[in-house]
Design a protein around this ligand. Structure first.
Ligand code: AMP
Length: 457
């Protein structure tokens, strides 16, 4: 019998869990769901990829009174991307409960439609702290009936300077409520928030990201000047389909992504200086298989949708061991083996020593193999991305794009990958060998009877 069957979940939630293909609870779910379903407050140390979203999602849906048109659950996330992912997972879990209204309230989205949607109170709000506080101040969002509060990736929210905003929100919520706090790390500031917001919480720590056998961790001693070559050689040797390379500075990220591209690698940089359009583009291309390597700073990688990351590279060791744990926790998800590689220059050795102590295990060192590696053997990206200058506002749906490509353009459905529709633009992943043909066809033809500007990224 599955462990899920032993939990007192509503039949509709049991059905959604089965439909999502979740056979057994993850360790975080196994340890947090029982107290969550009992209505206890929970503080859990759980990294991204641990299945924490379903843990709190099931908890808040279990308590929901759908007949009551009141906001009953509030989930706060550090970034728009994460809020988006969380909303999607909760919607999926709510699939078998009729008429659940969930509203995404994150910054970076137009305020008008959010105000309009709030005229009918949603049952569940998922949002970022700044926007939620703003809507509370405008009295557009009524907090009086909130019975479940979730602080997701709480350490990230504090890192991003949301402590004051969180306090402001907390003050307006009913005291009688269930509060669930999830955080990859537990610095002192998290303990402070926990003390202020949680009542007699059950503490669950699943720091298995550190010692999880499914993450293979290797350390390579390489001097700074040789790192780019060593990295390319490692990518050739391991052939990962998706890699995030973490750099400590934005300049390093830019430079390294240029070097990798020159070597023929499908790489791009993700850092704070990109505008929203560029950022969306890079994230979409990485998620749809048009980019194999993302060179990122820690800040920029927050909220990155990284379901199945094959490999994480520390181009330099971070000063804080918790950052290392956070980074490598993005690989080795749900049953698949992950790979974490660290390039360590001589002057970074003290950091490596401190890290080994923090992890409580000896680091595994391997030769850096740069000589004799052939960059032509870098894994190519399988997909290319078409950008269409039309989106949800033009009522474009994935089916319209799929129809245009498989109809007039004559592509087979299996040559078309992920389709992402944004308010004003859309992205379609097309198998590399068919990308030019798809571009010509979309430029020459119509989508939903209209012409749109199309480009190949
Ligand atoms: P999260 O840590 O919430 O971002 O979840 C990581 C991934 O694990 C998501 O893609 C979930 O859909 C997936 N997931 C969550 N719970 C389970 C489960 N019990 N079994 C398998 N996959 C799961």
């Amino acid at each position: 019998m599955s462990l899920f069957a032993t939990l007192p979940l509503l039949p509709a939630l049991r059905e959604a869990v089965a439909a999502a293909g979740y056979v057994e609870p993850t360790p975080v779910q196994a340890r947090t769901l029982p107290p969550i379903l009992e209505g206890r407050d929970v503080i859990a140390q759980a990294p991204t990829g641990s299945g924490k979203t379903a843990a709190f999602g099931l908890g808040l849906l279990q308590r929901l009174d759908v007949a009551g048109v009141r906001t009953q659950a509030l989930v706060l996330c550090p970034t728009r991307e994460l809020a988006d992912q969380v909303a999607r997972e909760i919607r999926r879990l709510a699939m078998a409960i009729p008429n659940v209204k969930l509203l995404l309230l994150s910054g970076g989205m137009a305020l008008g439609p959010q105000l309009a949607s709030l005229t009918h109170a949603p049952h569940v709000v998922v949002g970022t702290p700044g926007r939620v506080a703003d809507l509370l101040r405008r009295q557009a969002l009524a907090p009086g009936d909130i019975t479940t509060l979730v602080l997701d990736e709480a350490d990230r929210m504090l890192d991003m300077g949301f402590e004051q905003t969180l306090q402001e929100i907390l003050e307006q919520l009913p005291r009688q409520r269930q509060t669930l706090l999830f955080s990859a790390t537990w610095p002192e500031s998290i303990r402070r928030i926990a003390q202020a917001a949680l009542h007699a919480p059950v503490e669950v720590s699943v720091t298995d990201a550190i010692s999880r056998p499914e993450i293979e961790q290797w350390f390579h001693e390489v001097e700074t000047a040789d790192k780019a070559g060593a990295l390319a050689a490692l990518l050739v040797a391991h052939q990962p389909a998706s890699t995030v390379v973490f750099c400590n500075t934005r300049r390093d990220a830019d430079r390294l992504s240029d070097t990798l591209r020159e070597l023929g690698c499908a790489a791009a940089a993700l850092h704070g200086e990109l505008n929203q359009r560029e950022r969306d583009e890079v994230l979409v291309r990485f998620a749809n298989g048009s980019l194999n390597v993302l060179v990122a700073s820690d800040v920029a990688a927050r909220g990155l949708d990284v379901k199945a990351l094959d490999c994480v590279v520390n181009y330099e060791l971070p000063g804080d061991p918790d950052v290392y744990v956070h980074r490598i926790g993005r690989t080795g998800r749900a049953g698949s083996t992950g790979l974490a590689l660290s390039l360590v220059a001589g002057r970074e050795m003290p950091r490596a020593l401190a890290l080994g102590e923090h992890l409580g295990m000896p680091l595994r060192w391997a030769e850096a193999l740069s000589a004799g590696s052939d960059p032509a053997k870098l894994r190519p990206a399988t997909m290319r991305t078409l950008r269409i200058e039309g989106g949800r506002r033009d009522k474009l749906r994935p089916g319209d794009l799929l129809g245009a490509l498989t109809g007039d353009a004559g592509l087979a459905a299996e040559h078309i990958g992920k389709i992402d529709i944004f308010p004003a633009c859309a992205f379609v992943a097309v198998h590399g060998t068919h990308a030019d043909r798809a571009l010509r066809a979309l430029r020459a033809g119509r989508i939903k009877g209209r012409r749109f500007r199309v480009s190949l990224l």
